[in-house]
Design a protein. Sequence first.
Length: 429
Amino acid sequence: MPYNLTDNKSFYDEFIRNPDKNLSRIKDILFKLGNPEKDLGNTIHIAGTNGKGSTLAFLQSCLIQNNYSVNAFISPHLRSLNERIVVNNKVIDDLLLNKIIVQCLESTNKKRLSFFEFITACALKIFSENLSDWNLIEVGMGGSYDATNTLAKKDLCVITPISFDHQIFLGNSLVEIAKEKLGIINEGSPVVFGPQDSSLREVIIDYLLLRRSKGLFYGEDWDIQKKGTELIVYEDKYDKLEINSIGLNGDHQIINAGICIASLKFLQREGKIQIDDEKIRRGIKVVSWPGRLSKLSGKTNDLLMDSCEIWVDGCHNPAGSKVISKAISDMNISNKKETILILGLSEHKNINKFIMNFRDISREIIVVPLRGRKSINFIEIKNPAEAMDYSIARKSNINDALKTLKKRENIRVLICGSFSLVSEALLGD
């Protein structure tokens, strides 16, 4: 019987929760599996705070358009566990997933490692048995002690913008968080950087020198800009590429597309890949990435009036809420609607800065709990929200929240705060 963690909660209940920073557990299971990570070549490792998944999606789409096969490890999943593992361009099927889970369970004790460590081992093992042209590996959290940082060889590291998130695990300063993210850089591994806070410049340069690695920086070695309402122009020291369409919503995705192009162009100059500009354009245009500023159109949307819209996004930190607020504000230029937030946040989040970023587009918040996870205390949201003149209420789930809005006209509902909440919305749509 295939494993489905959405329906089989008991499967992952025995794994360690909030494990200490240590790679010994993942290294132990990989050793028992024959060190599959050593079999993988042509690997791109992606870390950062926001934009990791979107950048991976752009890379995957562009590589496939250029006739390369791709294995990809992604987190989190939204509808089913299968989404985390892509084998030769296809999401892993139930039979193969079940086979690898059983195989890995025979090599370990669930009580001795975290779920993420376990599923990372499953992915690396299945990739070693189904070799592809390229392996795209997304960091779960941090970098230095992330289970994915057992990769033996990295042809390229990618670090998307670094900002505050998961401070309880990664540190309370931006420099501390950056050091964790920079930990994915192996000796001599080249790195493509997305935009970074100027305060991190020194620590990044020092780390690159320590690892004898080359960095390619946004704004120096490569750039991407929106010109007018349609044209997007990528440029580096050697190439220029004009793009007319991006498959993901929001101008913040322009940067992620740029990181993708900069990575591919670098690999091409290094003789590791052959790519065609028109196929890159096609890959950027047709990319799909659920849960990232996506508009619902199924049965969930039927709960509201025809003049209303429901959007979902997994933003869960201040940097994320800032770019999503800007995207909604841009929508209002041509299609103005009152925006209402349905918000679900896990504990230990910086709620003040998160909701402050939505003040320009919304004055109403409905808080819902997260299924199967510890949610932030309602009072922790209520007090700062009221101080910012938000109207705030709480409901038991997304549907109950939407039902309170069923008679409202011309509203835009944004469901956000956690990928767990986005998953609930997508499963119910």
